[in-house]
Design a protein around this ligand. Structure first.
Ligand SMILES: Cc1cc2nc3c(=O)[nH]c(=O)nc-3n(C[C@H](O)[C@H](O)[C@H](O)COP(=O)(O)O)c2cc1C
Length: 205
């Protein structure tokens, strides 16, 4: 299962990069396929949703393959960074029915909770399924040591909880829920299926 991590700010000196690298490590530990999708690599000057520009094509390839996402998002003025919105807006239908878990980051004590609510609304607009679970990284400037290692080990458990929920939702959403019924009806209506059905359930034929 491919679950990429989206790093939602291109700001010079961004603290969120430390969080994204930490989350990436945790996803790798579970054995899932993952990578960082950095908004810096998809930076465009103005909104473009034609799907034709190289940045959109590169993003679409990854989004189509992904079965879910984790977004690491710092809070900027009570919402999420503009460059993240411009990147997400480049494509549309490729996101449909995929779960997304959010890790919110802030330099203050609220952990980016307001930005996260705004991002959840955008994710719904794009047809994604934002998870109820989330991980908050308040006072991010104090959370990591000089080597970039997280000081508080409890974050491993928090992120693991988010990953577990993401996997559960990705599996549940993948088949459209009723896929087993579609498979059953297709088989029941096939030539061979009908013959076997009549023999095994004569009263229902
Ligand atoms: C333009 C801008 C707006 C910000 N607004 C908020 C905010 O509304 N609430 C908050 O807790 N922190 C705010 N911050 C501080 C960030 O949370 C802080 O920079 C933190 O390190 C995470 O962002 P970073 O990855 O860019 O470093 C803001 C930072 C910037 C650059």
């Amino acid at each position: 299962m491919y679950i990429p991590i989206i790093l939602g700010t291109a700001r010079e000196g961004r603290q969120s990069e430390k969080v994204a690298k930490f989350v990436l490590e945790q996803v790798k530990k579970t054995g899932l396929e993952t990578e960082l999708i950095d908004v810096r690599d998809y930076h465009i000057r103005a909104t473009n949703n034609t799907g034709e520009i190289p940045e959109a094509k590169r993003l679409a390839e990854k989004v189509v393959r992904a079965e879910g996402f984790i977004v690491v998002m710092p809070e900027y003025n009570h919402t999420y960074p503009g460059e993240l919105k411009m990147m997400l807006d480049m494509i549309y239908e490729q996101y449909a029915r995929k779960p997304v878990g959010i890790c919110a980051v802030s330099g203050g004590p609220l952990g980016g909770a307001r930005g996260m609510q705004a991002l959840r609304l955008t994710c719904i607009g794009l047809g994604m399924h934002p998870l109820q679970e989330a991980v908050y990284f308040p006072m991010v400037q104090d959370l990591f040591d000089e080597a970039g290692k997280i000081k508080d080990p409890s974050y491993e458990k928090k992120v693991k909880g988010l990953i577990d929920s993401l996997i559960w939702h990705a599996k549940a959403l993948k088949g459209g829920g009723w896929s087993w019924l579609k498979v059953f009806i297709r088989y029941r209506n096939s030539h061979m299926g009908m013959a076997i059905w009549r023999r095994t359930c004569p009263r229902n034929s």
